[in-house]
Design a protein around this ligand. Structure first.
Ligand code: HMG
Ligand code: MG
Length: 300
């Protein structure tokens, strides 16, 4: 059965925008976050404090947070940080939550973090330690949990190993990333089962599906039936990782809310306000939302 209530972890301003090639002004990013909050979202990942040469689109992280003021602070406004330099920047900007982001595969660790898996865990360890000492909430992403564009299908045991290592650093929550959207429902079940056997229960994980193969919603519902209740989604279905070949948008928040509303699962979200927000964002970006629900509700 499905949980009574699901927490939507909105990644549109971060995962959604990081892959955009055209410049999105900081004021538009801040307005996007404000509209998402007004639509009822409680958890919004606002930006990334990574090397700006790696992700130029999010080089304005400080400016976005300054524009947001208190709306960008607190334990439910995480930002991505890969290293102590990123954490220093995030703390100076007044954030209350951070997310480190590891990889289940060596190739993607190298391409996304310029490190092996082992070296990247070593880079994250002092970040998590210091973040916790500062009282921050900490999430640990694990990318390529199902398949990797260079390595193919990823063994469940290899994913569980990286998940275990990030939890052992002291993360409050994991997010299981299907970075390139190749996962299917049976695979989702097997991974959650193996994680539970390793002592990581569904209450400690969120799921993060990209919709490349149209499986994101099905996979999410499978995870919810297995006890997960935190779901990553991106309003309008924007998203993708510039360092992962063939990555496309995240599960659209509207698609998720349409499905959960229909099933009587509470999200606290206003679907019309989300659709209005992604239509507004589509105007800023100059192209329509890939979400089927948005397309249907806005008359195509
Ligand atoms: P590196 O080149 O190995 O870094 O990159 P370094 O530690 O050797 O430092 C080199 C220079 O970068 C130094 O400057 C640092 O100060 C600077 P220099 O001394 O040469 O002038 N630097 C920074 N500047 C500002 N902020 C920082 C920072 N760090 C270093 N935080 C690094 C290593 C990790 C920094 C780099 O690889 C990087 O920034 N990677 C980010 C990649 C990224 O953002 N990917 C997208 C997010 S992950 C994702 O989308 C997947 C997810 O959605 C889940 C899923 O779908 O699976 C989360
Ligand atoms: Mg992602």
């Amino acid at each position: 059965s499905l949980p009574r209530r699901v927490t939507v972890y909105e990644v549109g301003p971060r995962d959604g925008l990081q892959n955009e090639s055209g410049v999105v002004p900081a004021a538009v990013k801040a307005e996007f976050v404000r509209r998402l909050l007004a639509a009822g979202l409680e958890t919004v990942e606002t930006t990334s404090f990574v090397d700006p040469r790696w992700v130029p689109q999010l080089a304005d992280a400080e400016e976005v947070l300054a524009l947001l003021g208190d709306a960008g602070r607190g334990p439910r406004r995480p930002v991505l940080v890969p290293n102590l330099r990123g954490l220093d920047r995030a703390l100076a900007a007044g954030v209350g939550a951070v997310a480190i982001f590891g990889s289940a595969t060596e190739t993607f660790a190298r391409r996304n973090l310029n490190r092996s898996v082992e070296e990247s865990v070593g880079m994250f360890a002092p970040v998590v330690e210091r973040a916790r000492a500062e009282g921050l909430w900490v999430r640990g992403y694990v990318s390529m949990c199902f398949g990797d564009p260079w390595e193919g299908p990823v063994p469940v045991a290899q994913v569980v190993d990286v998940c275990r290592r990030l939890m052992d650093l002291g993360c409050d929550q994991l997010s299981l990333g299907d970075t390139i959207g190749v996962g299917t429902v049976g695979h989702v079940h097997r991974l959650l089962e193996a994680l539970a056997a390793a002592g990581i229960g569904p209450e400690q994980v969120g799921v993060h599906f990209h919709d490349t193969y149209g499986q994101a919603l099905a996979n999410t519902l499978a995870a919810l039936r297995d006890g997960v209740s935190v779901v990553d989604a991106s309003t309008g279905g924007l998203g993708g990782c510039p360092f992962a070949k063939s990555a496309t948008g995240n599960l659209a928040t509207e698609d998720l809310v349409w499905a959960l509303d229909g099933a009587g699962v509470e999200t606290g979200l206003d679907l019309d306000a989300l659709v209005a927000t992604s239509s507004w964002m589509a105007e800023q970006l100059g192209r329509p939302s890939p979400s089927r629900v948005v397309t249907a509700l806005t008359g195509g």
